[in-house]
Design a binder for this molecule. Sequence first.
Ligand code: ADP
Ligand code: TRP
Length: 328
Amino acid sequence: MITLSGIQPSGQLHLGNYFGAIRQHIHRQNTPDQSYYFIANYHSLTSLHDGQSLAQYSLDVAIDYLALGLDPATCTLYLQSDVPETTELAWILGTFSPVSLMEKGVAYKDKLSQGLASNIGLFTYPILQAADILIMQANVVPVGEDQKQNIEIARDLAQKVNHSAQKELLTVPEPLFVEKGANVPGTDGKKMSKSSGNTIPIFAEGKALKKTIGTIVTDSKGLEDPKDPESCTVFELIKLFATDEKADEIATAYKSGGYGYGHAKQALQDLMDDHFGEAREKRRTLAQRPDDVMDILASGGNQARKKAAPLMDAVREEFGLLKTKIDL
Ligand code: ADP
Ligand code: TRP
């Protein structure tokens, strides 16, 4: 079994990314599956053309994954752009994609409604994502629910190609959705997202973290008033970190009164400090050794490319792309 997932390096990773995706990726490295995780830097180009930022965000995502516990000895961490076969396959998949399939893209429509300028890369984003998945012959793709349609498109394109080739040239992937933390709320109570400016970064700490948690919107009940934990964003976030007993304890305090939102916010910060303490330490060390991180990515890129190249050869052959003896 092959597990694969990717994450865009388009800004600081946040709690939504952690609970919706990264945590599952790290857990799954303990299964016997072969796991591939990659930094989707071609995808980020659909919204970011500042090369320095993209390079920095890409390195940061690698550092974040490693600090959070991804073990490069048991899984392959690589940069999407180190496997250019991906874009080659994407072109071929594009020739199997009706324009109407892309026009139904929920993510595309969402991005436009958020004011992002439309471009062909954004429009055909799901085709590149399908290529990421299909080039590595992934069976399982752990992602947040918001990726459902993109995985459906990857399945659809694999089936179309297989139908045309009259054989199982491409593996049809299955999505794997998370239960807990499927939709992490941001500081404004709406879905946490980089583009909404409501994120709590995974690696925020100290005063900066306190300031961010301080902006989580609550109702205006006073300290003494009994409060409803279930309608409170702070409590929703607490539940992601706390054991069931700890969450019950805090819920009881909410309902009894005499427990203010300031207390709840402090509890959230303490839980985050506990949860990410070790990772923060590891991150500080890794950030001082960017060359080591680049070496890990290079080794992952080599492994990934070795997997991708033979499939790309088979696809070229299937569709009659003649192979000459050109040499560079
Ligand atoms: P963003 O919306 O911040 O740009 P991405 O679209 O890059 O985040 O998402 C990366 C991964 O994190 C995806 O698998 C997605 O499902 C997950 N994810 C992002 N935001 C959330 C959220 N608020 N709750 C749960 N999962 C999320
Ligand atoms: N679209 C994904 C996201 O926004 C990132 C991604 C790109 C991805 N290619 C992928 C996820 C392939 C899983 C598999 O989170």
